[in-house]
Each structure stands twice: as structure tokens, then as C-alpha cells.
Design a protein around this ligand. Structure first.
Ligand code: F6R
Length: 240
């Protein structure tokens, strides 16, 4: 696992977008794993800019998002479906039929999870997975636990995740569960980029890079991944 430290989130966005440019030049029909949250937003802006300038095309890519809340209507402003369409998909030349997000309202969530795993496999696996990290070390919504979960599954959100994310929900009422790629799903990506900015992430980044590999800090598993880079600002890297 490599890490690179930058002064600003904008620099991180440019460097991160360079990885996309390099991949899509080699493989225009790459399979991309995307994340939601604040961390990837500057990168999405940069990808949009490059798409509009003609430097980057998403015409032939297939995408899979990491996770989605359960029991939140797809049209809700806080759903990850809405987030991805507002912050990226509606602004680039991607084909809607190539976009995959988990359905957190599926009648049978286990079947939804299995179908998602199958769709990723049919697409040939994920070439490049983008990640943020929770203050508790979660990736996707793999919360600290006694064991790693391999495949896509339904999870109860940790208290710290609710604390971090409830600010987006009016009157603070947010879903308690989500459906997320498992650690094995994420780990199977051929390349992983994790973005972390701000001092709130310093402890989690310290544990991820230098701590034991443990499901108590799910991101620590990335120490074993052969092609992972962490793009950090100085605040997030403060404990390295
Ligand atoms: C989002 C996701 C989460 C976030 C993490 C950090 O799809 O899976 O793991 O990446 O909670 O969120 P931000 O970037 O908002 O600090």
C-alpha cells in the first residue's frame, strides 16, 4: 500500500483524475467502482471538467457504486443514487444502462446482494475502485466488526457513521441500515485509490497504514492489496 501526501484537496483531485485518464486511455471500457460522500467530490468535478474538455470519455465504461442506504427512496436527496447522478453521472457522457447502484429498497436484499456480485463478475471485475474512509476506518459501509465480510451484504450502520452522516438529513433522522460491497468485493478490484482529507480522518489513516490488519479497522486490510494508493492531505496524514 502506497500513500501520497498533498497540500490541497484540488491537487488530490487532479492526481486522482490522472489515474482515471491513464486507465481509460489503456482501457476505454474499464469497470469503475465509485464512492459517495464528501471526499470524492473534487475528483468528480475534475473528471467532469476533463470530460467536457474532451480529454476523457466515459462512453464505454461500466460503473458499480460501493453502497446504498436501505429504506430510503431512490429519489430522496440523500440517496446515493441521487448523489451519483447529481455529482457525476448527469454531467458526463456515461450511458445510464452501464451504471449500477445497489437497490436498498429491494424486497429481497440478499438476492439483491447476490445479483450485484454476479453483475460485477459478468462485467469482468472492477478495474479501479475509489474509496473514502470513515472516521472509524470503515470502507464502503464495512463497519468495524469481529470479522471481515467477503461479499455484498446488509449492515447496521455504526454510531460514528450515523453521527457523521446525519447532518445531511433534516431533523437528523437517517437510515439505520445500508447494503454495501463486502471487503472481499472491494479487495478484488485490480486497483484501489482511497482519498482522505482533514484531521478527522488522521486516526483512521494512522490505523490503516501502521496498525494491525483487523476487522476492527476494516481499511487496514488494504495493507495486503497489491495495487492500492492513499491520496491524503497533510491533516489526514498527521499520524503517519
Ligand atoms: C461512501 C462510502 C463511505 C465514505 C466514508 C467517508 O460510498 O462508502 O465509506 O467513503 O464514510 O465519507 P466522507 O467522504 O463523506 O468523509
Amino acid at each position: 500500500m502506497d500513500f501520497r501526501i498533498f497540500d490541497t484537496a484540488e491537487e488530490i483531485a487532479r492526481v486522482c483524475a490522472d489515474y482515471y485518464s491513464a486507465l481509460l486511455q489503456k482501457k476505454p471500457d474499464a469497470v469503475l467502482g465509485f464512492a459517495t460522500g464528501a471526499s470524492p467530490i473534487p475528483t468528480y468535478r475534475e473528471l467532469i471538467r476533463r470530460n467536457h474538455s474532451g480529454a476523457l470519455s466515459f462512453r464505454n465504461v461500466t460503473t458499480f457504486n460501493l453502497d446504498e442506504y436501505c429504506e430510503l427512496p431512490r429519489e430522496d436527496k440523500n440517496s446515493y443514487y441521487t448523489f451519483m447522478h447529481e455529482n457525476l453521472f448527469s454531467q458526463i457522457d456515461i450511458r445510464e444502462e452501464n451504471v449500477h447502484l445497489l437497490n436498498g429498497n429491494a424486497a429481497d436484499l440478499n438476492a439483491e446482494a447476490a445479483a450485484y456480485e454476479q453483475a460485477i463478475g459478468t462485467a469482468g471485475g472492477i478495474d479501479l475502485q475509489l474509496l473514502g474512509i470513515g472516521t472509524n476506518g470503515h470502507i464502503g459501509f464495512n463497519e468495524p466488526a469481529d470479522h471481515f465480510t467477503n461479499k455484498t451484504f446488509v449492515v447496521e450502520l455504526a454510531k460514528s457513521t450515523v453521527t457523521s452522516n446525519k447532518i445531511y438529513f433534516e431533523n437528523g433522522a437517517m437510515p439505520t441500515h445500508a447494503i454495501t460491497m463486502g471487503i472481499g468485493t472491494i479487495f478484488a478490484a485490480r486497483q484501489i485509490i482511497l482519498i482522505a482529507t482533514g484531521s478527522k480522518k488522521a486516526k483512521a489513516i494512522g490505523m490503516t497504514v501502521n496498525g494491525d490488519i483487523t476487522p476492527r479497522c476494516p481499511a487496514s486490510v488494504l495493507q495486503f492489496h497489491p495495487n492500492t494508493v492513499l491520496l491524503l492531505d497533510k491533516e489526514a496524514a498527521a499520524e503517519l
